[in-house]
Write a new protein. Sequence first.
Length: 186
Amino acid sequence: MKGAAGRIRIIGGHLRNSRLDVPDLPGLRPTAERVRETLFNWLAPVISGARCLDLCAGTGALGIEALSRGAASVQFVERDARAAQALRENLVRLKAQGGQVAAVDAQQYLLAPAQPFGLVFLDPPFAHDLWTPLAQRLEQGSWLTPSAWIYVESPRQTAPSLPANWMPHREGTAGDVRYALYRRVT
């Protein structure tokens, strides 16, 4: 699979129209602008002050978009050292406050002591089929607040097996991508 080198744009908030440098890495698939715009329209009532986790962050476009729109903090988790470094550089260049990058595998990260998040972006590399194991670790490891929001991006034809208490809120498709927002209920 060809990488996604180049630049992508932040579409809303105080960093609107800022560009993120995107390294040329195999399998890197930034969330499309149209999808991000729809997602953050859905999240508009809850994004301000949110504590977010961007698992398998890649370019960090979802987490940086959240910071731009008023999230209090975003923990980015990205196993590829080059992608993590590019993400750190983008955060510094944009002077984006509240973002921290952990250059570690998402499954390993979720073995650490839990820090509950109110909003999680779950967008793993499509080739690795990590939705179910990551969702289980999020749910069983106390990584989610009682009424957390979870965004899941997957191939259009894939319906990941997710915890039963993640209730579908909204979903859509764009090209070969299915995107959905869930609300955790306890």
